[in-house]
Design a protein around this ligand. Structure first.
Ligand code: SAM
Length: 212
């Protein structure tokens, strides 16, 4: 399974707090996977470590240059290179399973108006979108993608049963869940969940999975 994650980004600090949080932090401490953030600026060109330039043909914004990313990838080889792009294949469980056939991946985060097409033509094994909305950079999509991948690694989730009924896994959404108090603003937890009858509880859960 996929246990080595490299993220190529202009903003590695964005990942620091996330790496120290919840299942990501636990998995790193337990050495279930490794996660390296690679600062693209270090591969920038010239004294100013330039990584972007104006688009040929004109137009707004800047474009991420091919050479810094090419160098960063050549220096940090992985089995597959994933470029995050709004126009990429939509992330879903089939894609998550496919990506787990690799041991290591590079995730390349775009910014500005996106990547010079040539870096995608040279190195891309996958272009992935996390949804039909555009955000300002690939860093949040990279965290989204990695969390979806990492929570599948054996030992990362405290209770691996959490995965069994998880939304999308069997073509359904998860069932509704409740915790204390039993009544809130006159709304009651379904009686069956308080019954202690395991068979009826399991039946209720199965019958309350929502269709996708
Ligand atoms: C402002 S966006 C580029 C938008 C570009 N003009 C377009 O419409 O495709 C900058 C970067 O954010 C990342 N990004 C934004 N939305 C994304 C999405 N839905 N899925 C994956 N990456 C996304 C990509 O890495 C992209 O290169």
């Amino acid at each position: 399974m996929l246990s080595k994650y490299n993220v190529i980004t202009l903003f590695p600090k964005l990942f620091e707090e996330w790496k120290n949080t919840g299942v990501i932090s636990n998995g790193l401490n337990d050495k279930i996977f490794t996660l390296n953030t690679i600062n693209l600026r270090e591969y920038g060109i010239g004294n100013y470590k330039q990584t972007d330039d104006a688009p040929y043909g004109g137009g707004p914004g800047m474009v991420m240059m091919v050479e810094p990313i090419d160098k960063a990838i050549e220096k940090n080889k992985a089995e597959a290179n994933i470029f995050l792009t709004p126009s990429g294949a939509k992330l879903n469980e089939t894609m998550i399973n496919k990506l787990h056939t690799y041991k290591s991946i590079n995730i390349i985060c775009g910014r500005y108006e996106g990547f010079d097409q040539r870096i995608i033509d040279i190195h891309s094994d996958y272009e992935i979108s996390i949804g039909e909305a555009v955000v300002s950079g690939g860093e949040v999509p990279a965290m989204f993608l990695m969390e979806a991948l990492i929570r599948r690694l054996p030992g990362v989730l405290g209770n691996s049963e959490s995965l069994i009924n998880e939304s999308f896994i069997d073509g359904k959404y998860d069932f509704p869940v409740y915790t204390r108090p039993e009544t809130y603003k006159n709304m009651h937890v379904p009686d069956v969940l308080l019954s202690g009858n395991h068979k009826e509880i399991e039946d209720w859960k199965k019958n309350n999975l929502k269709d996708i």
